[in-house]
Design a protein around this ligand. Structure first.
Ligand SMILES: N[C@@H](CCC[C@H](N)C(=O)O)C(=O)O
Length: 269
């Protein structure tokens, strides 16, 4: 079977987009197919897959379009912050939504509203939730980890140096009672006032060059540590680029960053 795809990224967190508007092309999107598409040597290569499907096909509500996100290992996640920006850009590029209105994207973690200003996209990521703190472990070293849920789970560890986390070839150890469905782990250092840098090991994808929900979780953990007033913008540097995150007066997280589509074509993977 041959079908259409696009390739895009947000701060180098890269995705294969699969248009499947009426759910007839990839209704049975299997973990095997996701893994084949994401394979960086035998496939197209990506950190994850964004299936572009009408919400009504899946019985979802709240927005016309649903971002069906899969990690590169084929697992399903509730949310992908970089993915939402790329998804919204695709809808705008293809004229599938009104260019004069914020773009509504339904996800497993609710509807996200995306606005565009030139090449930058801002996502209302909703209200962060704090969970029980714990520790994360890499190669025998442990750090306290702040538990922030951005629709998906995060453990944020402040480290002395980003190299402390090592090559991150395996998932960091974590408390399975606190995170029964796995966790995305962020390692953070301070770069200056309201300015941090991070690395991330993503559940289901390994170390990636960026994670939007992870950057939001890092901002929340840092702002809490700083006792920063609401409305303060933080700059979060990631290996693949920079995101700007603000915690608003009405307790919502706004994430701003780029979104790029770099290729389109057909595949029979
Ligand atoms: N890279 C994404 C997060 C993707 C999902 C994550 N790996 C999970 O399993 O929760 C982002 O930009 O937020």
């Amino acid at each position: 079977m041959t079908y259409h795809f696009l390739k895009g990224h947000g701060t180098e967190n890269d995705f294969v987009l699969l248009p499947d508007h009426d759910g007839t092309v990839h209704g049975d999107l299997s973990a095997d197919r996701v893994r084949a598409l994401c394979d960086r040597r035998a496939g197209l290569g990506a950190d994850g897959v964004l299936r572009v499907v009408r919400s009504e096909v899946l019985g979802e509500t709240g927005a016309e379009w649903f971002m069906d996100y899969r990690n590169s290992d084929g697992s399903v996640s509730e949310m992908c912050g970089n993915g939402v920006r790329v998804f919204a850009r695709h809808l705008l590029d293809e004229g599938l939504v009104d260019a004069d209105e914020p773009v509504a994207v339904a996800t497993r973690a609710g509807v996200k509203m995306v606005t565009r200003d030139g090449d930058l996209f801002t996502v209302d990521m909703g209200t962060p939730r704090r969970g029980a703190d714990s520790t994360v472990t890499v190669e025998g070293r442990s750090w306290p980890a702040v538990h922030v849920d951005m629709g998906n789970p995060h453990a944020v560890a402040f480290v002395s140096d980003l190299a402390d986390a090592g090559p991150l070839l395996e998932a960091p150890g974590h408390d399975r009672e606190v995170y029964p469905h796995g966790v995305n782990v962020e390692f953070v250092v301070r770069r200056g006032p309201q300015h941090v840098a991070m690395r991330v090991h993503e559940r289901g994808s390994g170390e990636t060059r960026s994670c939007g929900t992870g950057a939001c979780a890092v901002m929340v953990a840092t702002a809490l540590a700083d006792d920063a007033p609401r409305g303060t913008a933080y700059t979060v540097d990631l290996p693949g680029g920079t995101l700007t995150i603000t915690w608003t007066d009405d307790d919502r997280i706004l994430m701003t960053g780029p979104a790029v589509v770099v290729a389109r074509g057909t595949t029979d993977l």
